[in-house]
Write a protein that binds this ligand. Structure first.
Ligand code: SAM
Length: 240
């Protein structure tokens, strides 16, 4: 009889992640109760961060990705011109990775539109029923697991040199690596590409995937008080 696999402890997981990489930095910080980006997430209903845990339209606890994003972009948000995000936040509960029946499609695109006041925001999603157009926001159909659909999307968008690209779509390694492979040429030389909602198991798979690429990659585990790590990790990729 096979012995059941032991669950991976946080310590064992971070040691496996660090093996062969060697460097890591750890910050300890309190919550910035005036963070603009987290406040915009509360306003529009995106789960990338929160100022208040009350009244969210989505069922799961909020991530705290805004804490990193604010550190990366607060000083240059007025200079960001082009943003792309996969995953609008469908409220169709039959679609994987949905935001629940009360979810507000387009929430994070509106967050980016307000946070980056000079940027055009391009969004993509597999759910055609939630596509919309608004001031500085354009959305398109895309299945991030289908290279042909990704290529068709980029042909339709017909733009390049993106400052910030975010994968908040299906949240499985196969989908994330497929979208990355067929989209990274659209990132500006000094742009930032982020894969969100990564589980520890997938973080180790991304480590392997990026080990043979020329990119500069951070595997970021974001910790919250009284919450398990779960899918609260990011892969942050730069070309330099
Ligand atoms: C977690 S939601 C995005 C939330 C949104 N970014 C926000 O913060 O408000 C994930 C989205 O990915 C979409 N999705 C699921 N599978 C997909 C696929 N294969 N290709 C593209 N989008 C997909 C879902 O329809 C859903 O809208």
């Amino acid at each position: 009889m096979d012995t059941p696999a032991k669950p991976l402890t946080f310590g064992a997981f971070t040691e496996m992640l660090n093996a062969g990489l060697g460097y890591r930095f750890i910050t300890h910080h309190g919550k910035n109760q005036r963070d603009l980006l987290a406040g915009l997430c509360d306003k529009y209903g995106s789960d990338k961060g929160e100022l208040s845990p009350e009244g969210h339209p989505y069922p799961a606890p909020a991530h705290n990705f805004t804490e990193l994003y604010s550190r990366l972009f607060a000083h240059c948000r007025h200079a960001v011109r082009k943003v792309f995000e996969c995953g609008l936040g469908t409220n169709n509960t039959s679609i994987p990775s949905n935001m629940g029946a009360r979810g507000r499609p387009g929430a994070s695109l509106r967050v980016w539109r307000d946070y980056f006041p000079k940027a055009v925001i391009y969004g993509a999603d597999i759910d055609r029923d939630i596509l919309f157009t608004e001031d500085r926001i354009k959305t398109f159909y895309m299945d991030q697991c289908d290279p042909a659909a990704i290529q068709a999307f980029w042909q339709e968008v017909d733009d390049t040199g993106f400052d910030f690209m975010v994968d908040d779509g299906l949240h499985v390694f196969e989908a994330g690596s497929c979208l990355f492979t067929h989209s990274i040429d659209r990132l500006a030389e000094h742009g930032i590409y982020v894969i969100e909602d990564v589980t520890p198991t997938d973080l180790l798979r991304y480590k392997q995937f990026f080990s043979t690429t020329p990119y500069s990659v951070d595997f970021v585990t974001m910790l919250r008080p009284n919450r398990p790590l779960a899918d609260n990790s990011l892969v942050v990729i730069r070309k330099g």
